[in-house]
Design a protein around this ligand. Structure first.
Ligand SMILES: CC(C)(COP(=O)(O)OP(=O)(O)OC[C@H]1O[C@@H](n2cnc3c(N)ncnc32)[C@H](O)[C@@H]1OP(=O)(O)O)[C@@H](O)C(=O)NCCC(=O)NCCS
Length: 132
C-alpha cells in the first residue's frame, strides 16, 4: 500500500489485510472474484483467459455468470480474439454448464489429467469461445 488512499496502517500482513478487506457478516464482503489475463505470451497473446471463484455460501445466485459475462466483455474491449480456459475439471458440472451457456465449447479433453480427491483421475476440458 502506498499510503495515499486509505486510512489503514501501512504494510499489513496477509491476515490483517484479509480482515480489513473481507469483513465478517453482517458487514458487506467480497462474494466473488475473477482473474483475467492473456492465455499465452508472444504470438499467443491475442487469446484471453480467466478464472472465477464464488463464495459457496452465495453460489447459484448468478454471481459466477455475471463475472464470466463481464470478463468476456473486458476481453473483447481489450482486443482479444477469443477466451480460452485451459483446465476445466470435467466433473465441475456447474462451471462447465455455465461456460457452455455463455457460448464456450469443449474443444478437447485431456484424459485423466486431474486427480480429483473424491472421483479419482478425471479429464480436463479445454474450453473456447471466439470473441470476433
Ligand atoms: C463455478 C462458479 C464460479 C459458479 O459461480 P455461481 O455464482 O455459483 O454461478 P451462477 O449462480 O452464475 O450459476 C451458474 C450455473 O451453475 C449452477 N449452479 C451454481 N451453483 C449451484 C448450486 N450450488 N446448485 C445448483 N446449481 C448451481 C446454476 O444453476 C447455473 O446454471 P444455470 O444458470 O444454467 O441454471 C462457482 O461455483 C465456484 O466458484 N466454484 C468453485 C471454483 C471453480 O470451480 N471455479 C471455476 C474453475 S474452471
Amino acid at each position: 500500500m502506498a499510503g495515499e488512499t486509505f486510512t489503514y496502517p501501512r504494510d499489513p500482513d496477509q491476515e490483517q489485510g484479509r480482515e480489513w478487506w473481507l469483513p465478517a457478516p453482517p458487514d458487506r464482503a467480497v462474494v466473488g472474484t475473477a482473474k483475467m489475463n492473456r492465455n499465452q505470451a508472444g504470438n499467443g497473446s491475442h487469446v484471453a483467459s480467466a478464472s472465477y471463484m464464488v463464495d459457496p455460501a452465495h453460489a447459484g445466485r448468478g454471481i459466477g455468470r455475471a463475472l464470466c459475462a463481464y470478463s468476456l466483455e473486458w476481453a473483447r474491449d481489450a482486443g482479444f480474439r477469443a477466451m480460452q480456459f485451459n483446465a476445466v475439471v470435467e466433473t465441475n458440472t456447474h462451471a462447465v454448464r455455465l461456460y457452455r451457456s455463455l457460448g464456450f465449447t469443449v474443444v478437447g479433453t485431456v484424459p485423466e489429467a486431474f486427480r480429483h480427491p473424491a472421483e479419482g483421475y478425471v479429464g480436463l476440458h479445454v474450453m473456447h469461445r471466439p470473441l470476433v
